[in-house]
Design a protein around this ligand. Structure first.
Ligand code: ADP
Length: 275
C-alpha cells in the first residue's frame, strides 16, 4: 500500500503537550531545499496557489484563515507577508500590525483589539505581531503583573479554541533567527539609508534582553501550541528558506481546508441567456 506522506508542516510544529526547547531548532534550515533557486521557484508557485485558494475561500464565505507571525526585531515578519501573500489581491486579505497598545486599547482587556482584528468568514487575516506580545514583551519588560501574565496562556488557548470552533483555522509561525543574524540585519538597517527608518534605538534594549525573550517564547510556544492552533518554529536566518517553508505550510493548510466555489441554488446556468 502506498504510504501517505506526512504534512510538511509537521517538521516545524511544536508538539502539543511535549517538552520543547528553542535551542533544538536550527535557525539556518540547512538541507530543507536544494538551494536558493529552488526555494524561490517553490515560493512563487505556492504563492500563486495560495492566491487561487484565497479566491475560493472568499467566494465560499464560510471559513477564515488566521496567520500569526511572531519574531524578534529583524526576524522578517514584513518580508514574509510580501513574499507569501503578495500575489493575493487586496480583496480577501487583511493585515494587522500590532504596535504598543493605545490608551483606548489599554483601557480594555488585552484581547479586545485582537478579537476586533480577526478575519471575517471568507478572509485570510495576517497578524504581524499579535496577542502573544502580551506574554512576550509584556512579560520581559514587566508591563503587567506576573500573576496576570501567568493567567494569559490559558486565556489565549480558550480564545483561540473559540475562534477555531467558530470557523477560523489558525496557523502560528515563530520566525527563528539567531542572535548573530539579528546583529547583521540591525547593522545593515543602520547603514542603509532606505532601511534606516525601520531602526529604533529601543531595538538595542530588546537585544540586550535576548535570553529573556527566548525564554518567554519557549514558555508561550510550549503552553499555547494546540491541535486547533499549532505553533511552528521557522528557520529564518535565510529569507528564502523562511518564505519557502511558510508558503508551503499555508498552501498545504488551505488545500486541506479545500474551500469550494458555491454553486447556484435556484437558477441553472445552462438555461440562462444574456441578450
Ligand atoms: P515592528 O513590528 O516592525 O518592529 P514597531 O517597530 O513599531 O514595528 O514595533 C512594534 C512595537 O510594539 C514592538 O516593540 C512591540 O514589542 C510593541 N508591542 C506590540 N504589542 C504590544 C503589547 N501588547 N504591549 C506592549 N508592546 C507591544
Amino acid at each position: 500500500m502506498k504510504q501517505r506522506s506526512k504534512p510538511f508542516a509537521e517538521k516545524f510544529m511544536v508538539r502539543p503537550g511535549r517538552r520543547f526547547r528553542l535551542v533544538d531548532c536550527d535557525p539556518g534550515g540547512d538541507g530543507i531545499f536544494a538551494d536558493k533557486e529552488e526555494a524561490k521557484v517553490l515560493t512563487a508557485k505556492d504563492a500563486e496557489a495560495i492566491d487561487g485558494l484565497q479566491d475560493r475561500l472568499y467566494a465560499e464565505g464560510k471559513r477564515a484563515l488566521l496567520v500569526v507571525l511572531q519574531g524578534i526585531d529583524c526576524s522578517g515578519k514584513d518580508g514574509t507577508v510580501r513574499a507569501v501573500f503578495n500575489t493575493c489581491g487586496p480583496i480577501g486579505v487583511r493585515i494587522t500590525a500590532f504596535k504598543a497598545p493605545s490608551a483606548e486599547e489599554l483601557a480594555q482587556d488585552y484581547l479586545w483589539r485582537v478579537h476586533k482584528a480577526c478575519p471575517p468568514r471568507g478572509f485570510i487575516g495576517i497578524f504581524n505581531r499579535s496577542h502573544y506580545e502580551d506574554v512576550l514583551v509584556v512579560k520581559v519588560r514587566g508591563l503587567a503583573s506576573p500573576e496576570a501574565v501567568a493567567r494569559r496562556y490559558d486565556e489565549i488557548n480558550a480564545f483561540e479554541k473559540h475562534l477555531s470552533g467558530n470557523g477560523t483555522r489558525i496557523l502560528k509561525f515563530m520566525l527563528n533567527i539567531s542572535k548573530q543574524e539579528q546583529a547583521v540585519r540591525l547593522r545593515e538597517r543602520i547603514a542603509t539609508p532606505d532601511k534606516r527608518w525601520k531602526f529604533n534605538p529601543g531595538d538595542l534594549e530588546d537585544r540586550k534582553l535576548w535570553n529573556d525573550y527566548m525564554k518567554a517564547y519557549e514558555i508561550a510556544l510550549t503552553r499555547c501550541s494546540t491541535s486547533h492552533a499549532p505553533w511552528h518554529v521557522i528557520p529564518a536566518d535565510r529569507n528564502w528558506v523562511r518564505n519557502a517553508v511558510i508558503s508551503r505550510i499555508v498552501r498545504e493548510t488551505l488545500e486541506e481546508m479545500a474551500p469550494q466555489y458555491p454553486q447556484p441554488k435556484d437558477w441553472n446556468p445552462a438555461r440562462i441567456k444574456v441578450v
